[in-house]
Design a protein around this ligand. Structure first.
Ligand code: ZN
Ligand code: ZN
Ligand code: ZN
Length: 364
């Protein structure tokens, strides 16, 4: 169970350590992470103001107050009535503060209005204050990620065994099928269900369309949702019939590369090493120019969040960092493939949260 008082106290500590006077978060994931409350993305302002030396204040539209689970030991909830200016309330709560951290998803209209009232503010991103804290998943968060991962593993198992029909359906139909299964497996939300066939798969974020899936085609499925507030994300590929020798060979390279990425996810190793290890394998096999994206992204309450497994990210991995390892090979005009698991770095070594098979099934 998330403990708002504990998380807010740590956020206050982070403010002091970073010499930031206040943290303001609005819609987005920082708010439920800190308070358990998820704000609707409305034109009415919701804002949590955290300062090191006082009780955090959550300003919410009056009509939303009943939706806020109260934690009086952790924060004070203030419902604002429609005849007052809520930005003025936030400006007041920031009296005497100068360096202020703002959540990434706060609407610019509120920030613009706040800056009109407080042009002296110097702004930083909330990730600079609580990013390091949010990146490290506690045991409950890892359990939530594992449960979401197990749910999409079951769908991937059905895909790999041929239970989910492919041939003769459009990519869009299969995408809708995956989406229904994501919900049926207990997610509250579908975040994406990419289905890409043959040369369409050469575009990593292909939007599933009206292409009818044929025989002997490589089909890439990358899907995930949000379950109890935490995200799943998996990619598996299958062939509807027989794979060409080239595709079989490339798949073995990809599988070896993905394993190398997982093996590199050692506490203390820089994030960029998780990117480099699979890239080396794919480079050596001669497919390097077809691996066109970073190896992975952090995952938690957001489907893509820090830390990113990308060249140049020297942040050392810590126990509790959770992220995808998803190398791919994309040959324009021909085919594309990707293999993705969610991995948690732990003091006992990398732990995969997705455990469904990683070969390339040839479905007859
Ligand atoms: Zn992606
Ligand atoms: Zn994915
Ligand atoms: Zn991913």
């Amino acid at each position: 169970m998330m403990d708002a008082a504990h998380r807010l106290q740590r956020a206050q500590q982070c403010l002091m350590e970073n010499e930031v006077d206040a943290l303001v978060v609005s819609v987005g994931r920082d708010l439920p992470y800190l308070t358990g409350y998820e704000a609707m993305p409305l034109e009415r302002l919701t804002a949590l103001v955290v300062r090191a030396d006082r009780t955090p204040q959550l300003f919410v539209p009056g009509l939303e107050v009943p939706r806020v689970e109260q934690h009086p030991e952790a924060f004070e909830t203030i419902g604002w009535s429609e005849d007052i200016d809520p930005v003025g309330l936030v400006a007041e709560a920031l009296a005497g503060a100068h360096r202020v951290a703002i959540g990434d998803q706060m609407w610019s209209r509120f920030l613009v209005e706040l800056l009109h009232q407080r042009p002296d503010l110097s702004l930083v991103r909330s990730t600079e204050v609580i990013g390091a804290m949010r990146m490290i998943k506690d045991d409950d968060e890892v359990a939530a990620l594992a449960a979401a991962s197990a749910a999409v593993d079951r769908i991937a198992a059905d895909l790999r065994s041929g239970v989910i029909p492919l041939v003769g359906r459009t990519e869009h139909q299969v995408s809708m099928d995956l989406s229904e299964r994501i919900l049926a497996e207990g997610h509250e939300r579908v975040n994406f269900a990419i289905v890409a066939t043959a040369d369409n798969a050469a575009s990593p974020h292909h939007h599933p369309g009206s292409r009818i899936i044929g025989e002997n085609e490589l089909v890439l499925c990358d899907f995930g949702g949000t379950m109890d507030g935490y995200c799943s994300d998996i990619t598996r590929c299958v062939v509807t019939g027989t794979a060409s020798a080239e595709i079989r060979e490339a798949w073995e390279v990809l599988r070896t590369a993905q394993q190398a990425g997982v093996d590199a996810a050692i506490v203390g190793a820089p994030c960029e090493e998780v990117d480099r290890a699979p890239r080396r394998v794919i480079d050596e096999a001669g497919w390097g120019r077809y691996f066109v994206h970073r190896t992975g992204h952090g995952i938690g309450m957001e489907e893509h969040e820090d830390p990113y497994m990308v060249e140049g990210n020297q942040r050392p991995l810590e126990h509790g960092h959770a992220f995808s390892v998803e190398p791919g090979i994309y040959v324009p005009g021909q085919w594309g493939m990707r293999l993705e698991d969610i991995v948690v770095a732990t003091v006992d070594g990398p732990r995969r949260l997705n455990n469904v098979g990683r070969d390339l099934p040839e479905l007859q």
